[in-house]
Every structure is written in C-alpha cells, then in structure tokens.
Design a protein around this ligand. Structure first.
Ligand code: 13P
Ligand code: SF4
Length: 305
C-alpha cells in the first residue's frame, strides 16, 4: 500500500468511527497530513476540550494522551503507540516531590505538563513551554517550586525576576544533549542564520538565541520572519516541517543528535492499526486520579488562556 492509499483509508476510518486525530508538531509529515489538529503541548491541551468527536487518537507521547483523557473523561482516548513515553515525565515521582514540598512549604508547585498524572495531583498549576512565563507572571504566589525541567525553569526564572524560584535537576535528555560548542560551530557555519531554540535546551545554548519558544512558536516565527536562514534548536522533525512549508528558506539543525526516539516511535501504520482497533493503548484512568490531577491543568488554561 502506498502512503497516499494508507492516508485515504485513515481518513475514511476516522469518519466511520467518529475519531479525531491529534498530533504533536514532532510527528512526521505523513501523520500531520491526516491529523485533525497539529500543535504544541499547550494548543493540544486546548483542542482536547473542544473536539466534537467521541474518540481521540493522540499521536505524541503518553502524558499528552493522559492530558486529553483528563480534560475529556467522557471520551475514549488512545495513545497511537503505547511505547511512546516522555523520559522527562518519568524522572520524578510523587513521593520524592512530597518530600521536597516539605522543605519549601510556602512555595507553589509549578509542574511542566511533561509529568505523570500522579505528580500533577500534588502540583498547583501546570505549564507548557509556550505558557510557562505568562503563567508564572500571572499566578498570585511569589514563591515557585518549578518541576522537573531545570532548563525551562531557568529560562522562566530569568524572564520573571520578580519571583523566587527553586529548581530541581530534571530535564529533557534529547534537548540537554546539545552543548555550547555546537551552537558556536553552527553559527560559524551559518553566520546569516537566526537561531531559534526550545527552552528545554541548556541555558549555555539558549543565551545565543534570537528567539526562544515552543515547537509551534519556533515554526510560526520562522514562517513569518523575513530572514532566509535559520538554525533550529529543537527536535529535528521541526526542520523537516519548516522546509516543506517554506521551500525558499534554509533550515539547519543545531545538532544531528536532536532526535527524540520516543516521539519518533509513532508511525502512520500505528495510526491505521489503532483506528482498526488492532494497536494503540486506550488510556484508562481512575476517576479520583483524574479529578485530582486535572485541577492543575485547568488552572493552566485559566491563567494561560
Ligand atoms: P512543546 O510544548 O513545545 O510542544 O514541547 C513539548 C515537548 O515535549 C518538547 O520536547
Ligand atoms: Fe520528552 Fe524531550 Fe522527547 Fe519532548 S523531546 S517528548 S521532552 S524526551
């Protein structure tokens, strides 16, 4: 079967089964083409609340599918490839953070959305890379315990100097792989290129940026910019999307190692098989867990909207 034939079957099956396909911007172009919506973590969370279909397939990683389920518990939600987890989301357990909270009782817990549902139950508000600065500014609390990403936390802390931050040492293994030497080399090789970077990268890399933002933020910036060359400091799939959308511009990877194997796990065949009920994992969550964990996601939407 050709890719086109498989896509046609997926589109037909979506209609027959009243299913909405949500895809994170890191998905490959063949998946994005059949998705009802493609976006960053924040946009996907908003979309989860409003899709009219009664079934949702998430092409992304597990915490994204869990977020959809928590925001729409009446819907049936599947993760297209059950092996797709976010390693950062698994880095810190609830018990560990409960201990840390005891050390900082007057700090509000701000959790990156890349966390487990269990951890969300003891967090005050969730954030995504595109909403973190706005939310940390908007929330009334002055003291913030930011978990788990130290790189995103450092970026937010620098943008919100009026508040006190405690950071822990978690982070994205993919983005943290890139060091300062690589951006120095990339800039030397492409002196006219603007550098667009995700805040999950190390501060030593982020300090060279012309723009810092989420996956969708980086894409929007590059598409709207009058500049013609860009070094892209996030998962390399974004480079591929941008090159397709802007054939007259040039995009260079910050590093060939910026590949998230978890995000790459989902294939078009997984989506097809999931729609047929032969693959994927239905997200099943305890009602009590949902009602406790969803509070900090709703707070994110309240402050960030
Ligand atoms: P976004 O919020 O930019 O979608 O990022 C999610 C993610 O996992 C980036 O690595
Ligand atoms: Fe998680 Fe990093 Fe992969 Fe994003 S790129 S899903 S934060 S491991």
């Amino acid at each position: 079967m050709t890719v086109r034939e498989l896509q046609d079957k997926i589109i037909q099956l979506k209609r027959d089964t009243d299913t909405c396909i949500l895809a994170h911007s890191y998905m490959s172009p063949d998946i994005c083409e059949v998705a009802d919506f493609v976006g960053d973590s924040y946009a996907l969370s908003l979309k989860a609340k409003t899709t009219p279909q009664k079934n949702v397939i998430m092409c992304g990683v597990r915490f994204m599918a869990e977020t959809v389920k928590m925001l729409s518990p009446q819907k049936r939600v599947w993760l297209a490839n059950p092996t797709a987890g976010c390693p950062m989301a698994e880095q810190m357990g609830k018990e560990e953070i409960e201990q840390v909270k005891k050390m900082y009782p007057d700090y509000a817990v701000v959790a990156y959305i890349n966390t487990t549902a269990q951890l969300k139950t003891i967090s005050d508000v969730c954030v995504t890379s595109s909403s973190a600065v706005k939310i940390c500014k908007a929330m009334p609390e002055k003291n913030i315990l930011f978990i788990p990403d130290i790189n995103l936390g450092t970026f937010v802390k620098n943008q919100v100097p009026e508040k006190n931050f405690k950071l822990l040492s978690g982070g994205c293994p993919t983005h943290a792989r890139v060091d300062e030497e690589e951006i120095i080399q990339a800039k030397a090789a492409h002196p006219n290129a603007l550098f667009l970077v995700h805040p999950e990268c190390r501060p030593a890399v982020v300090k060279y940026a012309d723009y810092v933002g989420s996956t969708s933020g980086i894409m929007d910036y590059a598409i709207k910019s009058d500049a013609k060359e860009f070094i892209i400091g996030t998962e390399n799939s974004i480079l591929q999307h941008l090159q397709l959308k802007c054939p007259d511009k040039k995009f260079y990877p910050l590093s060939k190692d910026l590949v998230c194997h978890n995000m790459k796990a989902t294939t078009l065949a997984d989506v097809y098989n999931c729609l047929k009920g032969e693959a994927g994992e239905e997200i099943v969550m305890d009602e009590e867990l949902i009602s406790s964990a969803v509070k900090c996601i709703n707070k994110m939407i309240e402050y960030g909207g």
